[in-house]
Design a protein. Structure first.
Length: 149
C-alpha cells in the first residue's frame, strides 16, 4: 500500500511538472493612436406647420453629440435655396442669431463628452415673409461639430 502511495505521489508530481513544461506565454504590446472623433445625431426634419407671414414661431430641436475632445456646434444654411423668411437659432447664451447665406455661426461649445454623448436642445425660430408666395418650402440647415479652437 505504501508503494502505491509513493507511486501515486510520483505520478502526480510528473503530471504537474509535465503540465508546467507544456505551457508557455508571451507579452504582446499593441500600439494604437486614438484620433479626435465627433458624431452628431438628430431628427431628419422639424415641422413648423402652417404659418402666417410676419408672426414668429419657435420649435426646439434636440441633437445628440459625441466627442472625445472639446468641441463647437455650428449652424449654417445647406444648399443654395433662399429661405422664405427669417430663420434664427438661439445660441447657448440665449441670443437669437439669424442664419444668413454666408453665416456659419457657433451656437454651442463644450468639453469632451462621456461615452453616452450629450443632448443639446437648440431653439429654432422662423418668421415667414410677405415677399414669398404661399406654399410649402423646405429649408435645410447643416449642424456641424468641430474641434474647439
Amino acid at each position: 500500500m505504501a508503494k502505491f502511495k509513493v507511486l501515486a505521489a510520483a505520478l502526480g508530481i510528473l503530471l504537474v511538472l509535465g503540465a508546467a513544461a507544456a505551457q508557455a506565454s508571451g507579452v504582446i504590446t499593441l500600439e494604437v493612436e486614438i484620433l479626435p472623433g465627433f458624431r452628431i445625431s438628430g431628427p431628419g426634419s422639424v415641422s413648423f406647420g402652417s404659418l402666417h407671414p410676419g408672426i414668429p414661431e419657435e420649435r426646439e430641436l434636440q441633437l445628440q453629440v459625441w466627442s472625445n475632445v472639446p468641441w463647437q456646434l455650428s449652424a449654417n444654411y445647406y444648399g443654395t435655396v433662399e429661405a422664405p423668411g427669417i430663420v434664427e437659432v438661439q445660441g447657448r447664451n440665449g441670443t437669437w442669431i439669424e442664419l444668413g447665406s454666408s453665416t456659419n455661426l457657433v451656437i454651442w461649445d463644450q468639453p469632451k463628452t462621456d461615452p453616452d454623448g450629450v443632448v443639446i436642445k437648440v431653439p429654432l425660430r422662423f418668421t415667414g415673409s410677405f415677399s414669398h408666395d404661399p406654399g410649402t418650402y423646405d429649408i435645410q440647415i447643416e449642424f456641424a461639430v468641430v474641434p474647439l479652437l
